[in-house]
Every structure is written in C-alpha cells, then in structure tokens.
Ligand binder design. Structure first.
Ligand code: SF4
Ligand code: FES
Length: 246
C-alpha cells in the first residue's frame, strides 16, 4: 500500500527554521520504519539525515518521535503506525535535545548527565576469587536497569525535562544510577546518593510515568526513580540530615 511519511527536516546550514516534508512511499505492513527511512534516503532523497546502527533494538541510536510517541524506528512496524492506504506517519527528532540535522540530535548534554551519576562499578576491595559472585536474587535486583540501551526516549518524553526544568538530570541517568546503587557488588551508593540529592537531581521527578510508557526495553523507570528517592531519604534520615530538594 501507499502511505505518506512526513518528516521534520532541518539543516542549520541552509534552513531558517524546521519544516515538514512529505514522501509518498510504497510499503508492506511488516516493513519497519527504519527500512522506509533507508529506502527514502537511498532512492528518493539522499540528504535525509538520521542515526542508526544495529537495526535490531540494541544500540538505541534510532530513537525518534513517530506519530507523537518516542520509539525506535527499527522496532516499529508500519502496521503499528499506519493501517490504511494513504495514512500519514509523522516522524520528528527527539524532543528535549538540540537538533543537529533532520532526525539527528545533539546528545552531549544527555551523556553528560549519564556520566555524572558514575555509571560504573565502584569497589576498591580486593577480590578473593576470580570474580565478584552474586546470588540469583542479587542479580535480579539490577535486571531491569541493565536492559537500558541509553536511547534517550525517556529523556525526550519526560514532561519535567520538556517544560518544567530542562536542568533536571532526567530518567535515563537516574535509571543508570539505580543500576549501580542496587548492585550488591558496588560500594559507591553514598557517592551516588549525594550526586542525585540536589534540586535539579532526582527531586524534580513528579511521577508522570511518561518515561515508563515509552521505554522500548519496558524498564519501570518511574518505579526505579521512586525507589531511589526512598533510599536517599532513608540515608539522610539515618544520618539526621535533610534532603537537598530546595
Ligand atoms: S530507560 Fe528505556 S527509554 Fe530510557 S534510555 Fe534506557 S532504554 Fe531508553
Ligand atoms: S538501530 Fe540500534 S536500536 Fe535501532
């Protein structure tokens, strides 16, 4: 069937402002949106810019807003976004990051927030055996967060980052912090509690649940954020300190 793909275009070298361009394309219901973008770039308009790498939902580089919702283009089938002949599928870049060109965004600030929470194992103890052993239960505690592919869909969909506080650390960075805070092998929780406990850190989250709704890996981001908030509150209470949310 024929559908219309409407893409938000912007080339800072020649466009004064973004605009939408429509492409009429022949598709099959089981085609993926990424296949269609590749088809447009190779056969219709080589100037179209977007990121992709693995094409299998693993690298997170082709997150974009498709029909108003953050999705991975490689995991989105045409039949899920366009059911009838002539349907229009609207594709835009992620919302909370500056556009570099067309569907490509500048991820510098996003990855700065990611690095800020120390997303690596902190443990200076010498290991007696070859590795740091975890029980099945202990591994389960980090299972969800380890699935994060850093696609930034949650950051883009978050109403706090969008409208209330662009300086908010954002759900992806906090999910990563929780991944190590909940890791039985890690000893850096106190450092990370301090990293998250500031007015623009973990506290701006108001549990809108948009991050959870758009996450392509089904990570319960809002729940992880709330559990981490509770851990910080307990940590501060145990030390007779106040949280630094103002
Ligand atoms: S939590 Fe989900 S939506 Fe957010 S960056 Fe990770 S995989 Fe993407
Ligand atoms: S291209 Fe890697 S997740 Fe889609």
């Amino acid at each position: 069937m024929k559908i219309v793909i409407e893409i938000k275009r912007y080339n800072p070298e020649k466009d004064k402002k973004p605009y939408f361009h429509q492409y009429e394309v022949e598709v099959k219901p089981d085609d993926r949106l990424l296949d269609i973008l590749i088809q447009i770039k190779s056969k219709i308009d080589p100037s179209l810019s977007f990121r992709k790498s693995c094409s299998h939902g693993v690298c997170g580089s082709d997150a974009m807003v498709i029909n108003e919702k953050e999705r991975l283009a490689c995991k989105t089938l045409i039949k899920d976004v366009a059911q009838i002949e002539g349907a229009v599928v609207r594709i835009e870049p992620l919302r909370t990051l500056p556009v570099q060109r067309d569907l490509m965004v500048d991820q510098a600030k996003y990855f700065q927030n990611y690095r800020f929470v120390k997303p690596y194992l902190i443990n200076a103890e010498v290991v007696s055996e070859k590795e740091r052993i975890q029980s099945t239960q202990e591994r389960k505690a980090i299972d969800s967060a380890t699935k994060c592919i850093l696609c930034a869909s949650c950051h883009s969909a978050c109403p706090v980052v969008q409208k209330e506080n662009p300086k908010y650390l954002g759900p992806a960075a906090i999910v990563q912090a929780s991944r190590f805070i909940n890791d039985s092998r890690d000893k850096g929780s106190e450092e990370r509690f301090s990293d998250l406990d500031y007015p623009d850190g973990i506290w701006p989250c108001k549990s809108y649940y948009r991050c959870t709704q758009v996450c392509p890996r089904n990570i319960e981001a809002t729940q992880l954020i709330n559990e981490t908030k509770k851990k910080i509150i307990d940590y501060r209470n145990a030390r007779g300190e106040r949280i630094k949310n103002k």
